[in-house]
Design a protein around this ligand. Structure first.
Ligand SMILES: N[C@@H](CCC(=O)N[C@@H](CS)C(=O)NCC(=O)O)C(=O)O
Length: 290
């Protein structure tokens, strides 16, 4: 069926056979599909995630906190395989009723605190440790504005452009044009801002950079949806400068390895339970995560 032939019926019904890259996990209902508890490790913070851009935001933040010497940020990172439906177990739904990674459980507080949504997790950690979120109100407002910009903008990049350009079973020009235009507009927003500022919130590296970089930095590097040439990302020179600057940070290099299950084997650390896990040989890492 071509896009132009579809006449919506009066009432929508779920066509399970509609196909598409995520057909096996997409459903029109929420809630758990199976009773299964989450594993719990030795550290105060338990992260249940996957090395996608939304997951990387949090592992970068945790590695940055540890690099600053906040030992309370020690964490166990457990792999949630969303392709297998791990996000629909009762244990995961208990800490994120929205069934999406990342989700965090902080065991160091009273009977425990659950936090879901990557932006909320970044803010929670920034406030808990007093780091990567400026204290002065004008700078804090700038950092939070860009943090929430990411939360509102990335669904157009991922769910809009990425879905229709890379994943949809049919190439629909209207949808690709619409979201390519919006994605390029967003890149231009960033480019103009980064022409005047070293980091998103000014001269300080903050959780706004950590939220935006995994999505828009990956797009700038041409690794997201393999759309670098299509969107002419090289032209966003200030985004390119900022992308490279952040990629050089040791904590970012570590954070992007955690819960990563794709790419070169040496870039993957499926689960992280100790700082020394990064030093393991590739084969050991794979075994630890399996
Ligand atoms: N707004 C959420 C988005 C999280 C999200 O979309 N996670 C995806 C992976 S990147 C997911 O878990 N998808 C599983 C599913 O949709 O079932 C956040 O920022 O935390």
């Amino acid at each position: 069926m071509s896009a132009s032939e579809y006449n919506p019926p009066k009432v929508w019904t779920w066509n399970k056979d509609a196909g598409g890259r995520f057909a096996n996990i997409n459903r029109p209902i929420a809630g758990p599909t199976q009773e299964k508890a989450l594993p719990v490790g030795k550290h105060p913070l338990q992260l249940y995630s996957l090395g996608t851009p939304n997951g990387v935001k949090v592992t970068v933040m945790l590695e940055e906190l540890l690099a600053l010497g906040y030992s309370g940020a020690e964490y166990d990172a457990w792999l949630i395989n969303i392709g297998n439906g791990d996000q629909f177990t009762s244990g995961f739904v208990d800490i994120n009723p929205n069934s999406k990674i990342p989700a965090l459980f902080d065991r160091s507080v009273d009977s425990g605190v659950r936090v879901f949504e990557s932006g909320a997790i970044l803010m929670y950690l920034a406030e808990k440790f007093g780091a990567f979120l400026p204290k002065s109100y004008p700078k804090r407002a700038e950092a939070l504005s860009w943090l929430f910009w990411q939360m509102g903008s990335a669904p157009f990049l991922g769910g809009g452009f990425g879905h229709f350009y890379a994943y949809a079973p049919v190439k629909i020009q209207y949808a690709i044009d619409r979201y390519a235009m919006e994605t390029k507009r967003q890149m231009d927003v960033l480019d103009r801002h980064l022409a005047e500022h070293e980091y998103m919130a000014g001269d300080e590296y903050t959780i706004a950079d950590m939220a935006i970089w995994p999505w828009y930095g990956a797009l700038a590097q041409g690794v997201l949806y393999e759309a670098g040439e299509f969107l002419e990302v090289e032209g966003y020179s200030h985004v390119q400068r900022w992308t490279k600057q952040i990629a050089e940070r040791p904590a970012v290099k570590r954070g992007r390895m955690v819960n990563r299950t794709f790419g070169k084997p040496e870039s993957q650390l499926w689960e992280r339970h100790d700082a020394s896990d990064f030093d393991m040989k590739t084969q050991d890492k794979l075994q630890a995560g399996s």
